[in-house]
Ligand binder design. Structure first.
Ligand code: RTP
Ligand code: MG
Length: 139
């Protein structure tokens, strides 16, 4: 079943010059890029995006990280895209992520983990709409 998911190449990966390699991994996995842009998130945007984590002890640091530099947000399409992209990213903690996953190749630790992907159909919908409008999507 064709599905959309929302992706972020996080500020650590952009700063390290890994954007191109990560996008290539996404394309090689057979996912299609339906929309894409580089943004530098404001504190408000990052707090809103990660609002689900606002009670977590790492929330402040996470917002600081996500606003530390530009990131590349995109909308991906594919069969089972949400699960497929989560598999490609690997586990949250980069030090547990196998080689061949984005986090295994380009992540550093549990926070600086190179990428984000939606974790379910409802969050995918909300997250796509948080950063993109219809005119920014191809096809
Ligand atoms: P994401 O939402 O970014 O795709 O990552 P995820 O589902 O694998 O992980 P999640 O539990 O949703 O956490 C969101 C992001 O918060 C940072 N984090 N820091 N210091 C910590 O213990 C900690 N735990 C999570 C990571 O950047 C994680 O991706
Ligand atoms: Mg998450």
């Amino acid at each position: 079943m064709k599905e959309l998911t929302f992706s972020i190449v996080k500020p650590d990966a952009v700063a390290a010059g890994n954007t191109g390699n990560i996008l290539q991994m996404i394309l090689d996995a057979g996912l299609k890029i339906k929309a894409m842009k580089m943004i530098h998130m404001t504190k408000k945007q990052a707090e809103g995006f990660y609002a689900v984590h606002k009670e977590r002890p790492f929330f402040g640091e996470l917002v600081e990280f996500m606003t530390s530099g530009p990131c590349v947000v995109s909308v991906l399409e594919g069969d089972d895209a949400i699960r497929q992209y989560r598999d490609l990213m690997g586990p949250t903690n980069s030090s547990e992520a196998p080689k061949g996953t984005i986090r295994g190749e380009y992540g550093t630790d549990i926070q600086n983990n190179a990428c984000h992907g939606s974790d379910g159909p409802d969050t995918a919908k909300t997250e796509v709409a948080y950063f993109f409008n219809r005119l920014e999507m191809v096809g």
